[in-house]
Design a protein around this ligand. Structure first.
Ligand code: ADP
Ligand code: MG
Length: 331
């Protein structure tokens, strides 16, 4: 069935049947607005991300269920980076009229499934026809106790710089797809179905450990650069410390230049944070509890030193690119 037969209201009706309201949802889908409650005393966090066909994804490379899951994860990742608890999601869809209803159902199933995994409820949105590509706009809301909010601007010289998980996997999968090759299935999942580090971000904030935090969506160097700018500091990153997956290492052995993907690739959706090194023992205990590997990749230094990357011999390393930037030529 084509979406044109189901219609906007048919689609919304079906959606409403599939969605269950979470805690704090007085009114979800179905009225002019959602009416929502937050835990008393907590700040409301709100973030939006656009995903546009041919710019962010290709429908021939990804399955619709993964696309639904990824649309949730990339937004929840921003809530995690502030130390928040994810609560509400809003979904704007611009849908080409020729879209199969089954494709949309699979997208929604992935979206709703991922939302449930992060404990967030879909509470509203908008659905329109698109005269061009498929357009997905997700807004996520979360909350955080005011004193636990983690920003980009708190890094201080001497702080250790940590990242979660492994870097470059998603970019390596994309690199393979762009070359017309089939990526390793594990790498492909890191690209098409990333996991937001929601539990980790919340646990770090609740323990008041990070001095600054950001999620890695545009690549380590670009996103660390945002922290440095906001904090007014510099950083020294050691290439040899950057955590790489076995699949990434295998590819790297054949093509050493791929290391750039771990520095500037983007779409890792891991967390980067800084902390006073005196808190590192506490951090190790937290990492074990949460079950997410955390790796120190460098140190915050004075602003005059800027951002330095040291290669395995301790010599300055010059990356050829710094990260993803939409309006750069060649993006
Ligand atoms: P309005 O015209 O008042 O904006 P709509 O008919 O567009 O209302 O939407 C009806 C209800 O369905 C609203 O609660 C809206 O938030 C919800 N809704 C519409 N599209 C979506 C969507 N893609 N995802 C989630 N909720 C949606
Ligand atoms: Mg509307």
């Amino acid at each position: 069935m084509k979406l044109s037969e189901l219609g906007e209201f048919g689609f919304i009706r079906r959606l409403r049947q599939q969605v269950s309201d979470g805690p704090g949802v007085r009114l979800g889908i179905g009225d002019d607005c959602a009416a929502l409650e937050l835990p008393p005393g907590e700040l409301l966090l709100t973030t939006t991300d656009l995903l546009i066909e041919q710019v962010h994804f290709r429908r021939d490379w990804t399955d619709p269920r993964s696309l639904g899951r990824k649309s949730v994860a990339v937004n929840i990742s921003d809530i995690a980076a502030m130390g928040g608890t994810p609560r509400h999601l809003f979904l704007g869809l611009g849908i080409p009229a020729a879209t199969e209803a089954e494709e949309l159902e699979a997208f929604m199933a992935g979206f709703i499934e991922a939302a449930a995994e992060y404990g967030a409820a879909l509470v509203g949105g908008d659905t329109c026809r698109s005269a061009g590509p498929l357009l997905i706009s997700v807004t996520a809301q979360g909350s955080v106790p005011a004193e636990e909010l983690v920003r980009r601007g708190g890094a201080r010289p001497g702080d250790a710089i940590y990242v979660s998980g492994t870097l470059g996997d998603s970019a390596l999968a994309l690199d393979r797809l762009l070359a017309g090759a089939e990526p390793d299935p594990w790498l492909a999942r890191r690209h098409h179905d990333p996991t937001a580090r929601s539990g980790l971000g919340r646990a770090l904030a609740a323990a008041r450990l990070p001095s600054a935090m950001i999620d890695l969506s545009d690549g380590l160097l670009a996103d660390l650069g945002h922290v440095l700018e906001a904090s007014g500091v510099g950083a020294r990153v050691e290439l040899g410390l950057v955590p790489l997956s076995p699949a990434f290492r295998a590819a790297l052995a054949a093509a050493p230049g791929l290391v750039e993907l771990a520095l500037a690739g983007g779409e890792d959706y891991e967390l980067l944070f800084t902390l006073d090194p005196r808190h590192e023992p506490q951090l190790q205990r937290l990492a074990a509890e949460v079950g997410v590997p955390l790796t120190r990749v460098g140190r915050i230094v004075s602003p005059e030193e800027g951002l330095q990357i040291l290669d395995l011999q301790g010599h300055p390393y010059r990356p050829t690119r710094l990260g993803f930037n939409h309006f750069q030529p060649g993006a």
